[in-house]
Design a protein around this ligand. Structure first.
Ligand code: DON
Length: 557
């Protein structure tokens, strides 16, 4: 079939699946799994006040913008997958490139990437989408008032929160925040472990947004403060008042795949996450005979999963980008016949030689939370500033951090950026375009009822992590909390024959040796994920937070 016809077919198939009628089922309680306790407290407060999953998600997102500044944000963007009244929705509030952005903007005179430029300082920032995204979600689904949903965040900003040791450590791990183009320490330099940290400027910004709505952020006083920050001290940030005024949230058809009797509702492009997760789940199922009798996380298991991941990453590098700018063959990439063919190429004995363009590493920090309400609605939200604390730029007077999401573009098509991420023309920088993401907020339903809400940070590790937890729960029948505590590993085509491990669960000598015999080298990726998930057991939600992070799971009665 010619690619253009296949693409048209894909589009129709996506719409058709998403429109299928399904029924919600009430639960015994609501629940939240949040990357910190303040985010969980915000959701619990709003659920107890009669709010639904969307209200709770809005409350948690604003709270984390205060208490989880590594990734929680007003100045970044993200994706939310929702399941409301038996229907699936996907909200794309990803940042866009400013209108003045160009494919050459991070290259020197010789055409070589100057990668620092896309990571730190105002020039690294895309046009933020979070406030508008949350506002549209609230307007469509919220039961409580906008100000009520924002109240917990305003409280944490005004009265302060107790700084956890992990937050202070995150700051210490980011020396770039001390560079001249960042002003991070002006606001956050006084954070001390165990001490109460108050953010009066941020509290005032949140109060203005609560009173005036999202227009406050995109054209009000907050917009004026953001504009002033673009050029303060001779900086040359590109975001203009016109960019802010033009920012649009996109309601996309979620990607929905059938898998083992579940509907997997997940992220479509401009995330690579949903396509990749669907490819991983389907190819593992296709390769079931090879997995028969193979123990979880044994060397052979890691080899087989790496063979699948290798193929997923080859597709990602080649085909994926913002679907409003490039034609993404979405459903062709998750076509069962195509995936069965790809799975059939797995070599059970040794690593297949790498082919096609190689992707690379992305770095922390992003954050995910999951919520369900007692009516059986669910929200799965991943949002980010990209790097830990984003561009390291605080909008002075407004107290919030700006993202460095521009680094998710291919700074130069075909050339690896500072972290080894490679992409083709599909992910080249263009005005108003969204950079390719890996974020995969996902909801599983069975017979119309929510069965699982799941997601994580981790850049290119996001969908391989979600995949491993789903395999642990549904293939190996582990309780969710046990599955989250299991070691996770990662392979992404290049570097060649390399399997990455987390500091949380380094590979033992025995494992390293067994993988070497199979043709792999091992590497510490220096970064842990942070899955926040809720499994529904009958009518009872069972939330679980990843032991790698400072997250909290809470049942809300
Ligand atoms: O959109 C993306 O895929 C990246 N900006 C996410 C970055 C991330 O997950 C880093 N977190 N650990």
């Amino acid at each position: 079939m010619p690619p253009s016809i296949r693409r048209t077919f894909c589009f129709l198939a996506l719409i058709g699946l998403a429109a299928m009628p399904v029924q919600a089922a009430p639960l015994a309680a609501g629940a939240v799994a949040s990357p910190d306790r303040y985010g969980a407290l915000a959701a619990a407060e709003v659920l107890r006040a009669g709010g639904n999953a969307a209200d709770a998600a809005v409350a948690t997102a604003f709270a984390l913008a205060v208490t989880y500044p590594e990734a929680g944000n007003l100045g970044g963007g993200g994706f939310m997958t929702l399941y409301m009244n038996g229907k699936a929705y996907f909200v794309d509030y990803r940042e866009t490139a400013p209108a003045a952005a160009s494919a050459q903007m991070y290259l020197d005179a010789k055409g070589a990437p100057i990668t620092d430029l896309s990571l730190t300082g105002p020039l690294a920032a895309g046009v933020p989408g979070t406030v508008k995204g949350l506002a549209e979600i609230h307007a469509r689904f919220g039961k409580l008032s906008w100000a009520r949903d924002m109240a917990p965040a305003i409280h944490f900003a005004r009265d302060g929160f107790v700084v956890p040791p992990a937050l202070v450590q995150e700051r210490a791990d980011e020396p770039r925040l001390s560079s001249g183009v960042a002003n991070f320490d002006r606001y956050f330099g006084v954070m001390r472990t165990g001490a109460v940290f108050r953010q009066p400027d941020l509290a005032a910004t949140l109060r203005r947004i609560a009173k005036n709505g999202p227009a406050e952020f995109y054209s009000g006083k907050t917009a004026d403060l953001l504009m002033a920050q673009m050029t303060r001290g001779g900086a040359r940030g590109l975001i203009t008042t016109a960019d802010l005024a033009a920012y649009k949230v996109v309601w996309r058809e979620p990607l929905i795949a059938d898998w083992r009797g579940y509907q997997v509702i997940t992220a479509p492009p401009p995330s690579s996450g949903g396509i990749a997760l669907t490819q991983l789940l389907t190819m593992k199922q296709d390769a079931a005979p090879l997995f028969k009798g193979v123990a979880l996380n044994s060397p052979q298991y890691m080899h087989l999963v790496s063979e699948i991941e290798k193929r997923v990453f080859a597709d990602r590098a080649e085909y994926l980008g913002d679907p409003d700018f490039v034609k993404v063959p979405a459903v062709a990439l998750i076509d069962p016949a195509y995936l069965a063919r790809r799975a059939g190429q797995i070599d059970p004995a040794k690593p297949s030689p790498p082919a096609a363009v190689a992707p690379g590493l992305e770095k922390p920090q992003t954050t995910h939370f999951s919520v369900v309400d007692k009516w059986g609605n669910a929200a799965s939200n991943t949002y980010t500033l990209n790097g830990s604390f984003g561009a390291g730029v605080v909008v002075e007077g407004a107290g919030f951090l700006l993202n460095d999401e521009m680094d998710d573009f291919s700074v130069k098509p075909g050339a690896p950026n500072q972290f080894g991420v490679v992409g083709g023309a599909a992910n080249a920088i263009a005005p108003n375009k969204r950079p390719l993401s890996s974020m995969s907020p996902t909801i599983l339903t069975k017979d119309g009822a929510v069965a699982m809400v799941i997601g994580t940070p981790g850049g290119s590790r996001i969908f391989t992590s979600v995949f491993q937890v789903l395999a642990d729960v549904y293939d190996f029948h582990l309780p969710l909390s046990t599955a989250l505590a299991k070691p996770r590993f990662h392979h992404q085509l290049l570097p060649e024959n390399t399997i990455f491990f987390e500091p949380y669960a380094p590979a033992s000598k025995v494992l390293v040796d067994a993988l070497r015999v199979r043709g792999y080298r091992t590497e510490d990726q220096g970064y842990n994920g942070d899955i926040e998930a809720i499994e529904i057991d009958g009518q009872t939600p069972v939330p679980a937070a990843d032991p790698r992070g400072r997250g909290v799971g809470m049942v809300v009665r």
